[in-house]
Design a protein. Structure first.
Length: 308
């Protein structure tokens, strides 16, 4: 078990769009961005015996007041230990750590030593893949290259060894211009919006208790999330390509397009995720009851054979 933090490095390398590509609108730009990423992403084989668990948008911080994940740490450790013990491969699909709430990754590493020690145990058995999201871009939008010595990538393609079916996995901020190319500005803007927090005592504030400005922020955020989901689903539908992402914090397990969203780990006493085993995708959630019991629940099931 590793207890001494490794050096964490950044790179400023960023995939550039073709100079000749026509980008007449934001939706078409986002489709181009995903197409380019898909062609550049490495493939990893899996089979019917492979067990996969996906979590996203945990937003681990430094356990200060801005750290929304801290109350869910015991629940997350319980769930992840369950998957480690049962032979799952863990894929963290971006925004596992939140460099928008703190500038230093080492502060996060120190605050969540137990989590990172467990991640290293997965890695020791070649059962760990970490992807980065927009909240893991540095102050000057540098791309996080590794976490505590664990490599970080932008996307993965899982290819089934028998059927050749491919599953594309990426955070999803690539269709969000403000969180992709303008991530540096968005980082400052999001920190400003924290002044109008929609949470109270760790829970989402009821609408009747919000100010007019807080309601405006909530409505704007919902509209943005819906637009991003439409872009992700449109890309998956057009290519008939299974896509698993995060970013919006809104779990999606049943859709007319082959688009699935993991959700997040920052809701009060609730973490959503996706499991894949034997051709079946399951949207699941782990909850902590009022009596501090941890429970796993299946929300939706979807056979992957429906899509190419």
């Amino acid at each position: 078990m590793i207890t001494t933090p490794h050096k964490t490095t950044f790179t400023t390398t960023w995939p550039q769009p073709s100079k000749t590509a026509a980008l007449p609108s934001l939706p078409s730009w986002s489709q181009h961005r995903l197409n380019q990423l898909f062609t550049q992403t490495r493939e990893i084989p899996f089979n019917d015996q492979t067990r996969l668990i996906f979590f996203s948008d945990l937003h681990r911080g430094d356990k200060s007041a801005a750290d929304e994940f801290a109350p869910n740490e015991p629940l997350f450790l319980h769930a992840l230990t369950h998957y480690y013990t049962n032979g799952y491969t863990y894929i963290e699909v971006g925004d596992g750590d939140d460099l928008w709430s703190t500038n230093r990754f080492q502060d996060i590493r120190q605050a969540y030593a137990a989590v990172f020690n467990l991640l290293h145990r997965f890695a020791d058995h070649n059962r760990l893949h970490l992807l980065f999201g927009n909240h893991e871009l540095g102050p000057q939008t540098q791309i996080l290259q590794d976490k505590d010595g664990l490599p970080v990538e932008e996307a993965l393609i899982l290819r089934h060894t028998r059927t050749n079916q491919r599953i594309f996995v990426t955070h999803g901020h690539q269709v969000d211009f403000w969180c992709d190319r303008w991530a540096g500005f968005s980082r400052r803007f999001v920190n400003f919006l924290r002044l109008f927090s929609l949470h109270e005592d760790g829970k989402l504030m009821r609408q009747e208790k919000r100010s007019m400005l807080q309601n405006m922020v909530a409505n704007w955020s919902t509209q943005q999330q819906e637009q991003l989901e439409q872009r992700l689903a449109a890309w998956a539908q057009h290519r008939n390509q299974v896509l698993i992402s995060g970013h919006t914090h809104r779990p999606v397990g049943l859709h007319t397009a082959p688009y699935f969203n993991i959700g997040s780990g920052v809701e009060h006493a609730l973490i959503t995720g996706i499991e894949i085993q034997r051709g079946m995708l399951k949207l699941i959630r782990w909850v902590q009851t009022e009596t501090a019991v941890y429970q796993r629940e299946v929300l939706h099931r979807a056979p992957l054979q429906h899509w190419g």
